[in-house]
Design a protein around this ligand. Structure first.
Ligand code: RTP
Ligand code: MG
Length: 141
């Protein structure tokens, strides 16, 4: 299996819960390496651009409002099968449906405030990494 990179966000709800370290520990326990990391507070324009694929969806305005409601951490995770592995660690979008032991089961409150984001495919991973990080900010190891 090839080494991949994926893009991850710890969303405002999980940052507010003081869960950054607990979530980073889950990534590391699954052999995903954090090769880039920073804390930001997204602007409305930044969040709208990031979620452009959802622009026509009924939840778009609420999603942008939530994602700009407080600081988040953005990170690049690297490892074997990183994109699918991270989605498994995260659990279902709706925490009520997320399996026990997943991040959304353990840290999320609702489908809106659902603790984490993770890229869903190689093309979106590449786009999302480039949206937040310069190549010089990523430290492959
Ligand atoms: P994410 O992009 O945040 O990793 O989550 P995802 O792939 O599991 O879900 P996606 O379909 O990409 O939706 C992005 C975010 O929009 C919110 N959402 N709300 N109310 C709703 O029906 C609804 N559906 C999606 C969620 O916060 C989801 O994470
Ligand atoms: Mg998504």
């Amino acid at each position: 299996m090839a080494i991949e990179r994926t893009f991850s966000i710890i969303k405002p709800d999980a940052v507010a819960k003081n869960a950054i370290g607990a979530i980073y520990a889950r990534f590391e326990a699954a052999n995903l390496k954090i090769v880039a990391s920073k804390m930001i507070h997204m602007s409305k324009e930044q969040a709208e651009g990031f979620y452009a694929e959802h622009k026509e969806r009924p939840f778009f305005a609420a999603l942008v409002e939530f994602m700009t409601s407080g600081p988040v951490t953005v990170q690049v995770l690297e490892g074997e099968n990183a994109i699918v592995k991270n989605r498994e660690i995260m659990g279902a979008t709706n925490p009520a449906e997320a399996a026990a032991g997943t991040l959304r089961h353990d840290f999320a409150e609702s489908i809106d405030a659902n603790a984490v984001h993770g890229s869903d495919a190689p093309a979106s991973a590449a786009r999302e990494i480039a949206y937040f990080f310069e190549d010089s900010e990523i430290f492959s190891r």
